[in-house]
Design a protein around this ligand. Structure first.
Ligand SMILES: *Cc1c(COP(=O)(O)O)cnc(C)c1O
Length: 458
């Protein structure tokens, strides 16, 4: 590529690019971070400054940046074929990857439908669930047209996935565009009155879902859930047993369980999939983010044979699933995913994670000592540190002080990239990070929170 001066690129970016989830007025005022290179756990900007990647490049990087085995797999695939459609044709990597995904995901998920993002993986899950009940045959199932969604949920940014979402800040403005759902209270929220007693919480939350399904099951196609952790909500962790409880209820009430493992899948919680912590076998599972090790856009929606069967028929019965994105099953992305999964096995990544998780979890405890930390939530190698103005009342700082963003900038000065979700500082270390790198990530974050919230003037 030609060489461009940093100032030139900065100017063009500000002139031409609209960044996602970014207030562009603020962006225009600041010096943008332009990443030019990656290596292992680090990213480098145009001027060669080095940063620890504390968010796994938005929750996707698994074995580090520029992993030679994944690079090689991509190059080898490029020498064969960059793209060919999956509509009415097949290709080699998408076939091999589907077989591998069926092998490693919970039992019963035997069919793979590809797409390119977490949002589409969920969107596809919803459409499959909806069409499934319409085509099951029995008249009584035809009324199953709605979904149960949880408060605080995040399933992506397309209209279907926003419909089953519950984050006011992102979703409220689109209310008029969304389909109706049946809302369940979030058992993940430590602020919910049921959580005051953590012991009885699981039972109470499952009971809430039970009464909701008892009343509505005849109109419910599926329950959509982020297993164990609601990520975008600010790393809200579910009480133990809740997922298994919901699974049991879905079976009892003839409702599909749609597990959105986009954030928690591929080792993030310490097992390959979060559902495995509670031995849960969902009917539909959505995968994306970590699937290619953080290399290329790819997603998969996995379903059971029972669901798949309902779409079989003669041509004139029109039972086909009429859905497919142009780049579905892209061979280069699938080759990257295959290499990613091979590395999981070769490096015994999941086994190696346990020591890191124990360290991460223990070291996070000290954050609670900080004057302006209201809560610390963690599962596996994902954590949320809630920044509050008033610790006792757990009130956030006024938005205008822009405290979370200032913490991020302070961390950046010290060589760490992190990102906030509202008033929560998110830590998503790359799974391959060493203990020393994890320690550095925690130390810089701790110092940045203390400096901005305790030493700087508002
Ligand atoms: C990120 C995320 C999505 C959306 O994935 P995209 O690839 O950004 O569309 C969906 N569900 C969950 C749980 C996520 O964390």
């Amino acid at each position: 590529m030609d060489y461009y001066k940093p100032e030139q690129l900065e100017q063009w970016d500000k002139q031409y690019v609209w960044h996602p989830f970014t207030q562009m007025r603020q962006w225009q005022k600041e010096k943008p971070l332009i990443i030019a290179k990656g290596e292992g756990s680090y990213l480098y900007d145009l001027e060669g400054n080095k940063y620890l990647d504390g968010i796994s490049s938005l929750w996707v990087t698994v074995h580090g940046h520029r992993k030679k085995e994944i690079n090689r797999a991509i190059i080898e695939q490029l020498d064969q074929l960059a793209h060919s459609t999956l509509l009415g044709q097949a290709n080699i990597p998408s076939t091999l990857l589907a077989r591998k995904l069926v092998e490693i995901t919970p039992e019963g998920l035997n069919k793979v439908f590809y797409s390119e993002s977490g949002s589409t993986a969920v969107e596809i899950g919803l459409k499959i669930a909806y069409q499934y009940w319409q085509q099951r045959g029995e008249e009584k199932y035809k009324t199953k047209r709605k979904f149960v969604s949880l408060a605080n949920a995040y399933h992506g940014d397309t209209i279907g996935s926003v419909s089953v979402g519950g984050i006011n800040l992102f979703h409220k403005i689109f209310a008029g565009l969304l389909f109706e759902t049946v809302n369940a209270p979030s058992p993940y929220c430590y602020r919910c009155p049921l959580h005051l007693n953590r012991e009885s919480c699981t039972m109470d939350c499952v009971r809430e879902m039970e009464s909701l399904l008892a009343d509505h099951h005849h109109e419910i196609a599926g329950v959509v859930i982020e297993p164990l952790v609601q990520g975008a909500a600010g790393m809200l962790v579910a009480p133990e047993g809740y997922l298994a409880g919901v699974r049991e209820l879905c079976t009892r009430f003839d409702v599909l369980l749609i597990a959105d493992e986009v954030a928690v899948g591929f080792g993030r919680t310490g097992k390959m999939f979060a559902c495995a912590h509670e031995n849960v076998k969902p009917d539909i599972m959505c995968l994306a983010k970590g699937i290619t090790g953080g290399y290329l856009p790819l997603a998969a929606t996995m379903v059971t044979d029972e669901i798949y069967q309902a779409f079989l028929g003669e041509i004139d019965e029109c039972r086909t699933f009429y859905h497919g994105h142009t780049y579905t099953g892209n061979p280069v992305a699938c080759a990257a995913a295959l290499a990613n999964l091979e590395l999981f096995a070769r490096d015994q990544l999941i086994a190696g994670l346990q020591e890191k998780i124990a360290f991460f979890s223990a070291d996070l405890k000290r954050f609670m000592e900080l004057q302006h930390v209201g809560d610390v939530r963690q599962k596996g190698l994902m954590a949320g540190i809630e920044i509050v103005g008033n610790k006792a009342a757990k009130e956030p700082f006024a938005i205008k002080y822009n405290i979370p963003h200032r913490i991020v900038l302070e961390a950046r000065k010290n060589g760490l990239i992190i990102r906030p979700l509202d008033n929560v500082i998110v830590l998503m270390p790359i799974l391959s990070m060493s203990l020393a790198e994890l320690k550095r990530l925690l130390d810089i974050t701790y110092a940045a929170i203390r400096k901005v919230t305790e030493e700087e003037a508002l």
